[in-house]
Ligand binder design. Sequence first.
Ligand code: CA
Ligand code: ZN
Length: 305
Amino acid sequence: MQKLSKLSFIFDFSEKNSPVLRLKTGEEISIETMDCFSDQIRTDEDRLENMDWKKINPATGPVYVEGSHSGDALKVTIKKIILKDRAVLATGRDLGVLGDRIDGLRSKTVKITNGKVIFDEKLSIPVKPMIGVIGVAPKGQAINCGTPGSHGGNMDNTMIGEGAVLYLPVFVEGALFALGDLHAVMGNGEIGVSGAEVAGDVLVKIEIVKKAGLKNPIVETSNAIATVASAKTLDEAVEMAVHDMEAILSPAIGKTTDETAMLLSLVANVEICQVVDPMKTARFVLPKWVLERYGKGIMDLVKAK
Ligand code: CA
Ligand code: ZN
């Protein structure tokens, strides 16, 4: 299996980045990542004020996936997330939803032991490892790793954890895949502007789906499928995620838009990924059993009609 060190990283998803490694479809790769502060906060004495803010949200990569072209999708199976034993929590003035009530920049480091984040003497929080930044290069203008979009990026989607499968639309030859910004745990919304920010290793399997019809990322877990969309406002993000789901679901199950609207209104959930990044991210979550009743699966949604 190929390994990618955290020393190969990018701060933006761009077709101009040179790949650091080449993969064939179906290969597995172990990807080491720094935390979202490039591991600059090591103790409670390390201050966010003194940190180099140009070095935030590094993503390890980019990986060139041989044979992938614009119009394909990258199927990324997240097989394992191994976390280091210490995480950083951060918030501050004008950061996050409560930033109007906080002075300066605040951070603290917390230990992770026995699968729990030790928040204080009274509270330990079970870890639920997830990937904050994961994506491919967009066509044209580069997008910094702190911003989510159709290419993936900083989606901060709690569904993207161990066992999940992420489908990303490919925009440029080789896809130029990268990931970083692991969280030991994060609540939907990420209201304080950080999760439990942690370095670690991610084992992924990468496959190409030829001629996919995706405009935006899709995540699959053991029991649900979600369209994921990012936009200036949450309202717009929700609209995009719902439209994306309808566009792929209706032809797959042979329904008209009005019938699908009635169906989705009963069984699918609008959920928030994050409300704190330059673009906001929402998801529209369809339980898998609904699709199964029609004898369909995820590939019927991902493949172009
Ligand atoms: Ca993030
Ligand atoms: Zn993060």
